[in-house]
Design a protein around this ligand. Structure first.
Ligand SMILES: Nc1ncnc2c1ncn2[C@@H]1O[C@H](COP(=O)(O)OP(=O)(O)O)[C@@H](O)[C@H]1O
Ligand SMILES: [Mg+2]
Length: 419
């Protein structure tokens, strides 16, 4: 930790005085971060992963290196799990569970999942928070704040706000009661759309065997999404999966204003009825109606490459003041340059963005007021993960194609609601 902080200070000084090969220095720092985070686990892994998505903030080399952080670690021994169960339940697991698999199904940065059966016979998946992880996470967050501070000087937006939103999210993720509440609320929201209800499944929560640090869910045997994709890439099934997955997430984002922020393949299964199973509601966000509406307008404006509407949507979302409408419109014009717009990941990887970025930076400098209302960071995370996943499932499909059928659907809905 001290190591991370010390290097951050050196990096900052080199940046300030432009000493040596900065790209190389940033890469080395990110590599060191990955090494230390993988060793120390806890919040550092989470923070690094979230940071890797902020390509708008960190130098490319940092995002690329951080993307290598894996959220899978060696499971803790069952004796620790059983102690934690006893601590949380107030008695040994045998009182409430018929059986408990000693080997974990999965182990991540904050907790691990075991398969078990209830006394009444139901098959369940039990997620157990690592004992003592809260303390480690608090410490990590305090230190990471110092370490990330170095990057605040190379960024356009306010890193402190970003950090605060991420920190709040990690702390909430350690309370499984919140996760249970959110899973049930989102399940209820999605079930209001009859068609979606047939295609999406959220595991039922068993409250009697759940606590703040234990979450008991219906066990779902399904194929991990990634496996399903490999076996059916480009097929009708995988296209239909993309359609319903995107619809389920846009429903959360644009209709309900409460959404799952972690749509990566590890959190999605396909069950025997070909339904998409949503797991892991630990990272979630509720946004205000104003922000929800602003972001919806923003996506709509982007799809139509309408730079005026784009600027208006950011004003609506509370991200810019009216004085900056003109300047943001200019930024959007650069953003919507057909040569760089609506690319597939393959095209994206093959393009040289240096000229584009120079133009963008030039226009961005003219924007005076830019704030990030609460929820934007998480929304952006969820939305970009969703599009990445969509492109992975249906290669060749462009972002606008992925979104188009749904945007019309939600705009029509909004019109119906108003009338
Ligand atoms: N209800 C469930 N049924 C079947 N497998 C599950 C269930 N919940 C979790 N898992 C398995 O455990 C893994 C980790 O669960 P998850 O809730 O994503 O935990 P984490 O917050 O640690 O990422 C999932 O990727 C999945 O393989
Ligand atoms: Mg997960």
């Amino acid at each position: 930790m001290v190591e991370l902080f010390g290097h951050a200070v050196i990096l900052y000084l080199r940046y300030r005085w432009k000493i040596g090969d900065l790209d190389n220095a940033f890469r080395k720092y990110a590599e060191m971060y990955v090494k230390i985070a993988s060793r120390e686990k806890g919040a550092l892994i989470k923070l690094g992963q979230l940071a890797s998505l902020r390509v708008d903030i960190f130098p490319d080399i940092v995002s690329e290196t951080l993307a290598h952080l894996q959220d899978r670690v060696e499971p803790r021994p069952f004796s620790e799990v059983s102690d934690q169960l006893k601590h949380e339940l107030g008695f040994g697991w045998r009182k409430l569970f018929g059986s408990f698999d000693k080997d974990a199904i999965a182990a991540a940065s904050l907790g691990q999942v075991h398969r078990a059966t209830l006394i009444s016979g139901e098959e369940v998946a039990v997620k157990i928070l690592y004992p003592g992880i809260e303390k480690t996470v608090w410490l990590d967050l305090a230190c990471a704040r110092c370490a990330l501070w170095a990057f605040n000087f190379v960024t356009i937006s306010d890193l402190r706000l970003v950090f605060l939103e991420i920190k709040t999210s990690i702390l909430r993720e350690m309370n499984y009661e919140i996760e249970a509440d959110v899973a049930e609320e989102i399940a209820g929201n999605l079930s209001r759309d009859e068609k979606l209800a047939k295609k999406i499944k959220v595991p039922k929560i068993y409250r009697e065997t759940s606590r703040t640090r234990i979450l008991t869910m219906e066990f779902i045997s399904g194929a991990p999404l990634r496996e399903f994709v490999t076996s059916s890439q480009g097929s009708k099934e995988s296209k239909s999966t993309v359609f319903w997955m995107v619809r389920a997430f846009l429903h959360q984002m644009f209709v309900d204003g409460l959404f799952h922020c972690d749509p990566h393949p590890g959190n999605l299964l396909i069950d025997s009825e070909q339904r998409i199973v949503l797991l892991d509601f630990g990272m979630n966000k509720r946004i205000s109606d104003r922000l929800r509406e602003g972001l919806r307008m923003n996506v709509w404006a982007t799809m139509r490459r309408d730079s005026r509407a784009y600027a208006k949507s950011l004003e609506k979302a509370g991200m810019i003041g009216s004085k900056d409408l003109q300047a943001v419109q200019k930024v959007a014009e650069v953003m919507f340059d057909p040569e760089y717009f609506n690319l597939t990941p393959k095209e994206f990887a093959g393009l040289d963005f240096s000229r584009y970025l120079r133009r963008m930076r030039f226009e961005l400098r003219k924007v005076n007021s830019f704030v990030l209302p609460d929820g934007v960071v998480m929304w952006f995370r969820s939305f970009s993960l969703l599009l990445t996943l969509g492109a992975e499932l249906a290669p060749g499909m462009r972002p606008v194609e992925i979104l188009a059928p749904h945007m019309a659907h939600y705009l029509a809905e909004e019109a119906n609601r108003v009338t």
